[in-house]
Design a binder for this molecule. Structure first.
Ligand SMILES: [Zn+2]
Length: 664
């Protein structure tokens, strides 16, 4: 492309790409038919549906409790007033499309604080919360009518249409404040907000069948192409525009969007994002992407960038770029990921730490990082078909992600540590879930993932339907239509009933999670046999008839897990897992102080279903333990320790919690 003097185009970049306008999938990621990829999302017509079980309950709770809360908060926190302010600024002629080059930014302001002297409220990226909520609504309206959500979307899209400037630019902060456009991309989050707008537009179009937001998004993207294509104008300090532009290319067939995404990926690492005050690593701008061996800096930025890197690589057949992303994913899983699937070891920059620097009490594990990791892993699953990505998505979904949401769906964690001490104090983390945040990136991000969860259950490859995540659902792909019935993850028993199957539909692949030690399968009245998975999947290939029934039994026996010995912070500790669920020990369940408990790793585990106040249904796991008081010379005494699923913690008031327990 000749836009970056430090990067020589590879052979694959020079290969012309055949575009296939119009997305073939109804989900958030819809690779073109010519993209690299071992597997494809289910087609537009397949319309997967969650019908029962935990994931279904989470999606319903999202629509009935969390999203109405977001609608109220966006009004109360000023996000929508900011857009109205931008409209008034435009009407008064104070925003002329070029910004005001003479505006100085006082030094005492924080990097995301608005300029004083305007009525703009909140950090400069407040628009992104509006867009993430609109994205959640777009996916949710694909499940059925929701008049309140649809009404909010309609009125908000009207506001945005009024606020958008003649040349396509749209950013309430810049328009209301008069701060010059693109004058400090390290922190202004202009492209970050654009990326979320584009993703909302795609959800609105694919989910709700509404193209009004897509019109706004394409005008904005056309503006970006005019302003940035082929130039070194700078890079946004917070990636997401890369993956958003690729998806807009997939939706519209406009190759300029793909080219701009590729340019942004290739330009990263050359200092173009500007001075963040946190160093170039923080913005992943210290080294070209394809030379990076490990994740560094701000975790959400790094993982959103990886989603874009994978998208660009698959659409441009850039195997070198794809391999670099795969290599970093492997490194991240080996040395920079918590047992809960979380990422981010440091509060100071919400960032990745050194390899094996994974302290449970100091874990940052921002909820947005879990979501970004889920999104990136899905793209790598599509690209490679490797079950390890689906395994990890499950770990993230049921643990690091799910713990961020209160049982009632009305409070959220931003930070997700694996240990909370009884005297916890942290300036940026109260240790309890909250209804909203001054920097509210996480709650609406949770909402957009839950609203789209049905899109991540299955894929297709050639004549085979692959099922990756298990819950009550109806699915169709590769010709097969199935009903999946299960009480997963509480139970490991799964039943798949064939609803329809033409003669050509033969292939079905069921993921066998890596934690399932002994899985069995029964087809109709055949005898039960032990599953020997191939590359993480049980492959069934035969002629199917309506009414055929497959019963898969996964081994969810509670098990002990041990840390890599290089993780100093938890050396000598052990944790409990049961199926896909990581367990934790909460003070409310113990008869002695939690920090005086020690367990015997490998001891027999006993499980029991219970209903707990504030949580409802759960499976508790008990084990013999020692009460070792902190008094000098105390020998301790035998007692019992009790664990509950990590995602259910902090629903019964304050108190200590820990995932990793010291061995006795
Ligand atoms: Zn966040």
């Amino acid at each position: 492309m000749g836009v970056c003097p430090l990067h020589t185009p590879t052979e694959s970049e020079a290969t012309p790409v055949t575009t296939s306008p119009g997305a073939t999938s109804s989900g958030p990621v819809a690779p073109t038919s010519s993209a690299l990829g071992a597997q494809r999302p289910l087609t537009r017509t397949s319309r997967p549906r969650l019908t029962a079980g935990l994931l279904h309950d989470w999606q319903r709770r999202n629509a009935s409790a969390s999203m109405p809360l977001a609608l109220r908060q966006l009004e109360a926190a000023g996000n929508l007033d900011n857009v109205r302010l931008a409209i008034r600024a435009g009407a008064a002629g104070t925003a002329d499309g070029d910004g005001h080059a003479s505006v100085d930014r006082p030094r005492q302001l924080g990097p995301v604080d608005p300029l004083p002297g305007t009525d703009y409220r909140g950090p400069v990226f407040m628009d992104s919360d509006v867009y993430k909520t609109l994205e959640a609504i777009g996916w949710e309206l694909g499940h059925g009518p929701e008049p309140d959500l649809a009404g909010f979307a309609a009125s908000t899209i009207d506001l945005l249409a009024h606020a958008q400037q003649q040349d396509g630019y749209l950013n309430s902060y810049v328009q209301a404040s008069g701060e010059p456009r693109y004058s400090r991309l390290a922190w202004s989050h202009e492209h970050y907000c654009d990326g979320h707008l584009i993703q909302a537009a795609i959800a609105s179009h694919r989910g709700a069948g509404d193209s009004r937001l897509l019109d706004i998004a394409t005008r904005l993207a056309d503006h970006l192409v005019r302003e940035f294509a082929g130039k070194e104008m700078g890079l946004d300090g917070h990636p997401i525009i890369e993956t958003a532009l690729v998806e807009l290319y997939r939706e519209t067939g406009t190759e300029a969007y793909l080219n701009l995404a590729r340019q942004f990926v290739d330009q990263r690492g050359h200092g173009l994002a500007g001075d963040s005050g946190m160093g170039r690593r923080y913005l992943q701008d210290h080294m070209p992407v394809r030379e990076l061996a490990t994740e560094t800096g701000h975790a959400v930025r790094a993982l959103y960038l990886e989603a874009g890197v994978t998208d660009v690589a698959t659409e441009t057949h850039d195997r070198e770029l794809l391999d670099s992303s795969i290599g970093r994913w492997d490194d991240m899983l080996a040395a920079k990921t918590y047992l809960t699937g979380g990422n981010g070891s440091r509060h100071v920059d919400e960032g990745f730490g050194d390899r094996f620097e994974l302290p449970p009490d100091r874990a940052y594990n921002e909820t947005c990082a879990a979501i970004a990791s889920f999104h990136w892993s899905w793209r790598l699953l599509l690209a490679t078909g490797d079950a390890k990505y689906a395994d990890h998505m499950e770990r993230v979904l049921y643990n690091g992600f799910a713990a961020a949401i209160a049982t009632e769906g009305d409070r959220f964690f931003y930070v997700n540590p694996l240990q909370r001490r009884e005297d916890h104090f942290e300036k940026d983390d109260p240790g309890r879930r909250r209804a909203w945040f001054s920097c509210a990136c996480c709650p609406p991000n949770i909402m957009r993932l839950l609203a789209s969860l049905d899109k991540y259950l299955a894929t297709r490859a050639h004549d085979t339907l692959y099922i990756h995540q298990y819950t009550g659902a109806r699915l169709s792909g590769a010709g097969l239509e199935l009903e999946m019935v299960t009480d997963y993850p509480w139970s490991g028993l799964l039943t798949f009933t064939v609803l329809s199957a033409p003669a050509s539909a033969r292939g079905l692949a069921l993921r066998i999670p890596s934690w399932s030690a002994a899985s069995t399968v029964t087809i109709n009245n055949s005898s039960e046999r032990v599953v020997a998975p191939h590359a993480g999947y049980l492959h069934l290939h035969q002629e199917w008839r309506p009414g055929d029934e497959i019963t898969l039994r996964l081994d969810i026996t509670p098990r002990w897990s041990y840390p890599d010995r290089r993780v100093d912070a938890v050396r000598g500790c052990a944790a409990i897992e049961r199926g896909p669920l990581v367990y934790c020990f909460e003070q409310a369940d113990q008869s002695v102080r939690l920090d005086e408990l020690a367990v015997t790793p490998g001891a027999e585990l006993t499980e029991r279903e219970v209903t707990l106040d504030g949580i409802g249904r759960t499976y508790r796991v008990s084990m013999p333990a020692r009460h070792v008081p902190s008094a000098p010379g105390s020998a301790g005494r035998e007692t019992t320790a009790v664990a509950i699923p990590y995602f259910q913690w902090d629903n019964r008031g304050p108190g200590a919690m820990r995932v990793w327990m010291p061995g006795s």
